[in-house]
Design a binder for this molecule. Structure first.
Ligand code: C2O
Ligand code: CU
Length: 473
């Protein structure tokens, strides 16, 4: 199964171990997969976001954390150490890994205390664009996140180069921090809801309410737009963008002026390719899209329902981009973006047709009592309140949004199939649920454990909007 080349060509990150077993085991045993080792040192640190200097928490003193890149079927060993004042974990967003490596405090492990260590060690079954982040408290809204790219050596590559684009909303170290933001939300409750309904239209597909937090900055790959990252290309190069929304309270539209994006994957799983001029991503979602770069162009992210933007500059022949980005942002807001959940799945990742064995309704409500976001009237409270499912079944979750705000809902350990009136749509692990709408997802219970499902708004998760499923093998 694992070719000789894969044993020899190891990822650029870290050191390789575990190679010996393959040669010494009898032929009947499957070869041990190649292992990549990385260190993740969580600590308080000073970061320069491009002229904006902040004190924050990060893995390895950089934001985003250094990319981890391995191949499908390989094993990742990540040694987490914690020098921060609070406990920390690492969650491997979107990966169908063994449950005890999932990094969810209380549910799958105790948070690693100051001075502590924890080794994450697991095999990655699927290729695609993933990411990792802390799952403790409001820590995701600090700098504790990074890209995790799983390559498929068998994939037919139809591009020349790739570019990882991590979107974020930034407030930490700007005179406040995420814990204070949450405290404020709890103290003051919510700003009044927009009058006149949820406001879902084709050009505002997740409604009028963009979020609960006003951010001073938006960043791409840790840089504010005043001093963005610059990447050089040759004219005519086809670039695969791997876009990750690592924001805590902001959906983004991503777009490149004059370039059409050929969307090939969402949340790591292939779709029937479509052309799009902008894509909307809720927090936690990813999109892979190929563009051709004929001239210097910015990659622009536009925060939904909020002021401002972020950008990254793709540069050809050292030339500045001949684009007025502010005008472009206005035009992006005026158009209907693509929601990747509406795409058709590639045939090889479409679940075999099957009626659900079990259906779970998740009513999303809030805010109530100042700032809590209940699910089915209750706040997340592990280990109580798990939803029992059976192994080897098709389970459907119906996310029924009774609130006036969008919620990007995420399920750990599985990649579900979005269902539209029983028509299979994209395989995803995070899906936008617009206000007052219902989104149905199906998945097979083939990865036993306790798996949280939650709103990927950091503040909504902290305010209770989560549940978990549990099953044995
Ligand atoms: Cu990206 Cu439960 O998380
Ligand atoms: Cu939410």
């Amino acid at each position: 199964m694992i070719g000789r080349r894969q044993f020899l060509v190891l990822g650029a990150v870290g050191t390789a171990t575990g190679l010996i077993a393959a040669c010494s085991k009898p032929a009947s045993q499957p070869a041990a997969p190649p292992t990549t080792g990385v260190g993740l040192a969580a600590s308080e640190t000073n970061i320069d976001l491009g002229g904006v200097k902040v004190n924050t928490w990060a893995y390895g003193n950089q934001v985003p954390a250094k990319e981890i890149r391995i191949k499908k079927g390989e094993r990742l060993r990540a040694d987490l150490t914690n020098a921060m004042p609070e406990g920390v974990t690492v969650h491997w967003h979107g990966i169908a890994l063994v449950n005890d490596m999932d990094g969810v405090p209380d549910l799958t492990q105790a948070a690693v205390p100051n001075g502590g260590k924890f080794t994450y060690d697991f095999v990655v079954p699927d290729a695609g664009t993933y990411w990792f982040h802390s799952h403790v408290g409001t820590q995701l809204d600090r700098g504790l996140y990074g890209p995790l790219i799983i390559e498929d050596p068998g994939e037919k590559a139809d591009y020349d180069d790739e570019l990882v684009v991590v979107l974020d909303d930034w407030i930490d170290g700007t005179g406040t921090n995420p814990d204070q933001v949450l405290e404020n939300l709890r103290r003051t409750g919510m700003k009044p809801m927009a009058p006149g309904g949820p406001g879902v239209t084709p050009t505002t597909p997740i409604g009028a309410d963009g979020g609960d937090v006003t951010y001073p900055y938006f960043v791409i790959n840790g840089r504010v737009p005043a001093d963005p990252q610059v990447v050089d290309y040759r004219a005519g190069q086809r670039i695969r963008l791997r876009v990750i929304n690592a924001g805590s309270d902001t959906a983004f539209r991503v777009a490149v002026p004059t370039a059409t994006m050929k969307v090939i994957q969402t949340d790591g799983f292939p779709v029937v390719p479509v052309q799009a001029d902008s894509v909307i991503l809720g927090m936690g979602e990813r999109v892979d899209a190929i563009i051709t770069v004929n001239q210097s162009l910015p990659v622009v992210s536009v925060p939904e329902g909020k002021q401002g933007h972020a950008q990254l500059n793709m540069r050809v022949n050292n030339a500045p981009a001949a684009v007025n980005v502010d005008d472009f942002v206005v035009s992006v807001r005026a158009r209907a973006p693509l929601d990747t959940a509406t795409l058709s799945p590639a045939p090889d990742v479409t679940l075999p047709a099957k009626a659900p064995d079990q259906v779970f309704d998740a009513h999303l409500t809030g805010p109530v009592n100042g700032y809590t976001w209940p699910l089915n009237g209750a706040l997340y409270n592990p280990p109580n309140g798990g939803v029992a499912v059976k192994p080897n079944q098709r389970v459907r979750i119906r996310f029924i949004n009774d609130s006036m705000m969008f919620h990007p809902f995420h399920l750990h350990g599985h990649t579900f199939q979005v269902m539209n009136s029983n028509t299979p749509k994209a395989r995803k692990d995070t899906v936008l649920v617009p206000p007052k709408q219902t989104v149905e997802v199906d998945f097979d219970t083939n990865n036993p454990g306790k798996w949280i499902s939650h709103c990927h708004n950091t503040y909504h998760l902290e305010a209770g909007m989560a549940f978990f499923i549990e099953y044995a093998g």
